[in-house]
Design a protein around this ligand. Structure first.
Ligand code: RIB
Length: 330
C-alpha cells in the first residue's frame, strides 16, 4: 500500500531482529548488542526512512524529553527574553520547550497545566502567578511531577525556585531618585500586584514611605493612561514598576506636553532591550532576565534527573542602570 506509515515492525523485519531489539538500539541502549546487529538496524532505519513515533517512544522510555513552560504574558519582552534563556538550556540538553502563554488568565493557566500533564512533559517551569497553589498541588505535586517556580510564582516550601532580589531593586530605584534630590515621588504599579512586585514596592517605600501610589495595568497602555493621574499630583519623579509601564508614561507625558526628565524623572524596572531605543534612554533596574531563564531551566533538569534531591532556592542580584530619563531636581 503506497504511503503506508513505516513502523518499528518493518525495521525489525528488514533487519532480521526483534522489535524489542530495534527499540533498544534506537533509544540509545545499543551497548548490549553486537556492532553487526546495531549496524543492521541502523541501515534498515535509514533505508526505510523510519522515524520513531514520538508518543510510542514516551511509552517505552517514560520520557518525552519535553518541558512545559507557563508564562503570564508572552507579549511582554521580559517573558520573551526569559523564555529564550530557558529554551537555550533545554535545547542544549536535547529537550523540547512546550510554551504556554496564559494571557494573565487563571482558567487558561489551570487548563494548560492539565493539558501539559496529559501530554506527558517531563517537567514544568511556572512563571505565572494566577494559578493557585491548590491547582499546582492537585495537578503536579500529588503526582510527583517535577516542577520549578520563578518570578511571580513563589515556592511554598515544596518546589525549587529562582527569584531575583526585588527588595533591593525597589530600594535602589528610590535611593537613585533621592540622590537626585526628589522629595515627592509616585509609584505606578498594578492593583493586586504579585508578591515579587509587592516586595519591589516595599523596598522603594523604605526611602519614600509616603510615595503616591498610582494603579495601572502593567502594560504600555496602562502607563500611558497613568500619566494623567501623575500630572494631577505634585510629584517630580516616577518609579514605573516595570519598563512597559515606563514606555507608556513616555507617550502619556508627551500627549500632555510634559518632558522627561525636565518635568518628570522616570525610572523603570527590568532593563528590556527597548530601554536603549527610547528617547531619553530609560534609567532602570536591570533584572538578569536571560540568566534567570537559564538558571531556572538548569535547576529543573537537575530535578528531573534527581527527583529526591533537596529543594533549592536561588536569588539573583539586580543592578541600577543609569541612563538619561532621570535628572537632578532643579
Ligand atoms: O515586566 C514584567 C514584570 O513582571 C517583570 O518585572 C517581572 O519581574 C514580572 O514579574
Amino acid at each position: 500500500m503506497k504511503n503506508k506509515k513505516i513502523t518499528i515492525k518493518d525495521v525489525a523485519k528488514r533487519s532480521g531482529v526483534s522489535i524489542a531489539t530495534v527499540s533498544q538500539i534506537l533509544n540509545g541502549n545499543d551497548q548490549k548488542f553486537s556492532p553487526k546487529t546495531v549496524e543492521k538496524v541502523l541501515a534498515a532505519k535509514a533505508e526505510l526512512h523510519y522515524e520513531p513515533d514520538y508518543f510510542a517512544r514516551r511509552m517505552i522510555m517514560k520520557k518525552s524529553k519535553t518541558i512545559g513552560v507557563l508564562v503570564p504574558d508572552i507579549t511582554n519582552p521580559f517573558f520573551s527574553t526569559l523564555v529564550r534563556g530557558i529554551e537555550g538550556v533545554l535545547y542544549r540538553e536535547n529537550f523540547v520547550t512546550m510554551l504556554c502563554n496564559a494571557d494573565l488568565d487563571t482558567k487558561k493557566e489551570t487548563d494548560y497545566l492539565e493539558e501539559l500533564s496529559r501530554r506527558g512533559v517531563d517537567g514544568y517551569i511556572i512563571a505565572s502567578s494566577a494559578i493557585s497553589n491548590r491547582a499546582i498541588n492537585e495537578t503536579l505535586r500529588k503526582k510527583n511531577f517535577p516542577y520549578i517556580v520563578l518570578d511571580q510564582k513563589k515556592a511554598e516550601g515544596f518546589s525549587d525556585a529562582v527569584l531575583t532580589d526585588d527588595f533591593s531593586g525597589g530600594n535602589m530605584a528610590a535611593e537613585h531618585l533621592k540622590q537626585f534630590g526628589h522629595q515627592r515621588v509616585a509609584v505606578v504599579l498594578p492593583e493586586n500586584a504579585t508578591e515579587n512586585i509587592q516586595t519591589r514596592l516595599i523596598g522603594f517605600q523604605t526611602v519614600y514611605p509616603d510615595a503616591v501610589l498610582i494603579y495601572a495595568k502593567m502594560s504600555k497602555k496602562g502607563g500611558r493612561q497613568a500619566a494623567k493621574a501623575v500630572v494631577e499630583t505634585d510629584v517630580t519623579a516616577v518609579f514605573a514598576i516595570n519598563d512597559e509601564l515606563a514606555f507608556g508614561l513616555y507617550l502619556g507625558f508627551a500627549e500632555l506636553g510634559k518632558k522627561i526628565p525636565q518635568d518628570y524623572s522616570v525610572i523603570g524596572y527590568d532593563n528590556v532591550d527597548m530601554c536603549e531605543y527610547v528617547t531619553p534612554q530609560l534609567t532602570t533596574i536591570a533584572q538578569p532576565i536571560y540568566e534567570l531563564g537559564q538558571t531556572t531551566a538548569g535547576l529543573l533538569l537537575e530535578r528531573v534527573e534527581r527527583p529526591e534531591k533537596d529543594w533549592e532556592e536561588k536569588t539573583l542580584p539586580v543592578q541600577l542602570i543609569k541612563r538619561f530619563s532621570t535628572a537632578h531636581l532643579k
